[in-house]
Design a protein around this ligand. Structure first.
Ligand SMILES: [Zn+2]
Length: 282
């Protein structure tokens, strides 16, 4: 599932390559992903021009000159391609956009779980869930003090809180493990056991991990002027590295699978939390 580093890497690339491009044709191949209706995309996107590409949580926002925004939530497996039109079209390519400078922008989704919305740019709240979710992790208004203040409203294990979009948007199951490792906090620590210093360290760890990962993701996605990728996270230090040595202390990384979620952490660097009977690397 794409998280902030993947989406920021795509956003940066597409802002550079799409700005000013005019859409000359729109083909919706798999209409179920278009929540605001496929016909409107087909009929009204041609002739419109791309502006900035923004991001909010796990959603990319393609601003259009007409005052509309094409919002895309890729969910589990959605991805973008920016390629020559001659490139073979993937079986699960949902949306193809022809551009006046000759390239193709495609939205491909092997699970067909993504959600696309075409909405007025000043009414993004028409997107379901928009108002219910918390701030984006990189929202400048989410200061360290605001983070600590928001944390007080939540109970339970810290990993569950950090991946809850109501608390903060953009962190998923992979990068949360990296953030907790960076902050040396056990993922199962109840929030009530975190010190004030722990809570502030987590804020900085979250930003540090995103800043570290985004350029590494972009290197893996972009080839020249082409964006075409499978999600590749071979650089992660702890997530899905169960049984391997911790890059900080050399101890073994533990891995626990529960509720179809993998949690990876280092018991030496991130002490506390319960012992699990089926723990890889324990
Ligand atoms: Zn360690």
């Amino acid at each position: 599932m794409p998280e902030i580093p993947e989406l920021e890497a795509v956003r940066g690339f597409l802002t550079d390559h799409l700005r000013g491009a005019v859409i000359t044709g729109a083909t919706v191949r798999i209409g179920v992903v278009v929540r605001t209706g496929a016909q409107e995309l087909r009929e009204t996107l041609p002739g419109d021009r791309f502006g900035e590409v923004g991001r909010h949580g796990k959603m990319l926002l393609f601003r259009l000159e007409s005052g509309r925004t094409l919002a895309v939530n890729p969910m589990l497996a959605g991805r973008f391609q920016y390629v020559e039109p001659s490139r073979k079209v993937a079986a699960k390519a949902c949306l193809l956009l022809d551009l006046d400078h000759g390239q193709h922008l495609r939205y491909v989704d092997d699970r067909v779980m993504g959600k696309l919305y075409l909405v007025p740019s000043d009414h993004l709240d028409q997107i379901p869930g928009w108002a219910a979710n918390g701030p984006d992790l990189l929202d400048p208004a989410l200061t360290e003090d605001a983070w600590v203040e928001r944390l007080q409203r939540y109970r339970g294990g810290i990993k569950n809180i950090l991946t809850n979009a109501a608390f903060v948007q953009g962190i998923g199951n992979a990068y949360v493990d990296e953030i907790l490792w960076e902050a040396r906090i056990n993922p199962y620590t109840p929030k009530t056991k975190l010190t004030a210093d722990d809570q502030r360290r987590l804020y900085h760890a979250a930003h540090a991990v995103i800043a570290w990962a985004t350029p590494l993701v972009r290197e893996r996605m972009v080839l020249g002027a082409t964006l075409d990728y499978e999600e590749r996270r071979d650089f992660l230090r702890v997530h899905r590295r169960g049984g391997q040595p911790c890059p900080r202390c050399g101890g073994h990384i533990s891995e626990i699978t529960a509720n179809q979620r993998i949690t990876s952490f280092c018991r030496a660097c991130q002490p506390g939390g319960p012992r699990m009977s089926r723990e890889l690397g324990a």
